[in-house]
Write a protein of this length. Structure first.
Length: 389
């Protein structure tokens, strides 16, 4: 299997949050050790030590069960995260059942602030920074209510800053992981598409293009009716070569309405039409590119209709200082003086509307240089972005 396909298969079957879930559950088990140690050190100060040990045992069981469910995704994670919020809040509230006011008003709640942070972390990984901060606020409020601390400065205690900071940090990390995974997935998909294009291009080059070149060469050698077949084979050979070069060229991730105008112009190449473009992409707005391609198509159509048999055309695209310059030249019979004005008077709008009108609508200029027997040359200049007429 090609490398890109392996990467794409791995990405499609993986969850970008999985490493965060596994790390958070390792943190959960570490904080459980701290909570049990805190319980052992403070249990003598409780009014109901047996109940406190039962609640700590419940906390340990839930820590192990939630760690497995969240790390393996054996249940929908939102259900486990929701249960996590409820259980942590219940354990925090149970502090009043095992200690008197003098104790719980000046100490941590029963599950400890560090262990309660796990619920905030889970919400942040699942829902992002907003979910993490919302959970942190909820836990901070519950802690203040249980300990009756609303009548003092909440920020003098570390509970709220720790919970809110953890929710924000892990939420941002979760969003970053998802964006990075999506970018890597797109890159792997683009690489796989490029590999497939290159494979098809090699097959076409080794098979179809060689046959078409042979048909064209032999047809021209035979002459007569075979020459027409040779010309058709030559046109298809040029079209296929253009198509292959376009497919093999790096396209990038052009979002919105930005396109590479080179691709639109290259499609008009043929045995009698040569198209030259820059090596680097020429990216412009799609409507500008389409109008420019239509101008070139109209000019080449006029070459085919009026330049005479055997006339060849040459198209050159240049990208200079934010301006696109397109030169369209042929070696045909040229246009006699006054012929364009006469054609417009007769109602033929090929030049005045299809060429000059389009160029003016793009805020550009079109200069025609021609004379009878000297061929025709258009020089079209338009700005990269569509300007006023």
């Amino acid at each position: 299997m090609p490398t890109a396909d392996r990467v794409r298969t791995t990405l499609s079957s993986s969850d970008p949050d999985t490493p965060l879930w596994r790390a958070s559950q390792a943190f959960r088990l570490v904080t459980l050790v701290y909570a049990i140690s805190y319980q052992a050190a403070t249990v003598d100060n409780y009014t109901n030590p047996r109940l406190s040990w039962f609640l700590v045992a419940l906390m340990a069981v839930w820590s192990g069960a939630s760690a497995l469910m969240l790390a393996r995704a054996s249940l929908p994670r939102w259900q486990v995260v929701l249960a996590d919020q409820i259980i942590v809040i219940a354990l925090m509230a149970s502090t009043r059942l095992v200690a008197d006011y003098d104790w719980y008003s000046t100490r941590q709640t029963l599950p400890t602030t560090l262990w309660a942070t796990n619920a905030v972390i889970s919400a942040a990984i699942l829902l992002g920074p907003r979910g993490g901060i919302a959970s942190g606020v909820a836990m901070s409020v519950v802690s203040a209510l249980v300990r009756d601390r609303f009548d003092t400065d909440l920020w003098s205690d570390a509970t709220a800053p720790v919970l809110l900071s953890a929710g924000l940090a892990l939420g941002l990390a979760s969003n970053t992981a998802r964006r990075a995974h999506e970018e890597l997935r797109r890159a792997a998909r683009s690489a796989a598409i490029t590999e497939e294009r290159e494979r098809l291009a090699r097959q076409v080059h080794d098979g179809v293009l060689q046959v078409l070149a042979l048909v064209r060469r032999r047809g021209l050698e035979i002459g007569g009716p075979a020459a027409e077949l040779a010309e058709l084979a030559g046109e298809q050979e040029v079209a296929l070569r253009v198509l292959i070069s376009e497919q093999a060229a790096p396209r990038g991730d052009h979002t919105g309405s930005i396109v590479d105008v080179r691709a639109l112009l290259r499609t008009q190449a043929g045995t009698a039409i040569s198209v030259s473009t820059p090596a680097d992409p020429v990216l412009v707005e799609s409507d500008v590119a389409e109008e420019l391609a239509a101008v070139v198509a109209t000019a080449l159509s006029n070459v085919e209709l009026h330049a005479g048999a055997g006339a060849k055309a040459y198209v050159l695209l240049e990208d200079v200082d934010g301006e696109l310059i397109v030169s369209i030249r042929d070696d045909g019979r040229g246009i006699p003086a006054g012929r364009l004005a006469a054609a417009e008077a007769e109602g033929r709008m090929g030049v005045s509307k299809s060429i000059l009108g389009r160029v003016e609508s793009l805020g550009g200029t079109a200069i025609l240089d021609t004379d009878e027997g000297e061929g025709t040359e258009w020089e079209i200049r338009i700005p990269r972005t569509k300007g006023p007429a």
